[in-house]
Design a protein around this ligand. Structure first.
Ligand code: ZN
Length: 90
């Protein structure tokens, strides 16, 4: 089946690292590379991004976002999180 094509040039953005909003530490893609070529710390970058609902302590309709490293996320939720083995197979 013939496919119609068009040549398009797009801009790409490579993420090279992130700075944790809590501890302010910067992690790069190259730091502590794992077997996939990414920094282990970079693999566990957590992005929280939502719009607060009615009655939220953040304020109705407020946009809330944070980038958090694995260590700060662990400190924040370790007291109540459900942590199970075999997370890769879930
Ligand atoms: Zn952190």
């Amino acid at each position: 089946m013939p496919v119609n094509t068009i040549k398009v040039q797009r801009e790409c953005i490579d993420i090279t690292g992130f700075t944790c909003n809590k501890c302010k530490k910067t992690y790069s893609v190259d730091s502590d590379e794992d077997s996939f070529g990414f920094g282990e710390e970079f693999d566990d970058m957590h992005q929280i991004d939502f719009v607060a609902g009615y009655g939220s302590p953040f304020g109705d309709g407020m946009k809330v976002s944070a980038t958090i490293c694995r260590w700060c996320l662990y400190d924040l939720i370790k007291e109540f999180a459900h942590i199970r083995e075999n997370g890769y197979n879930a």
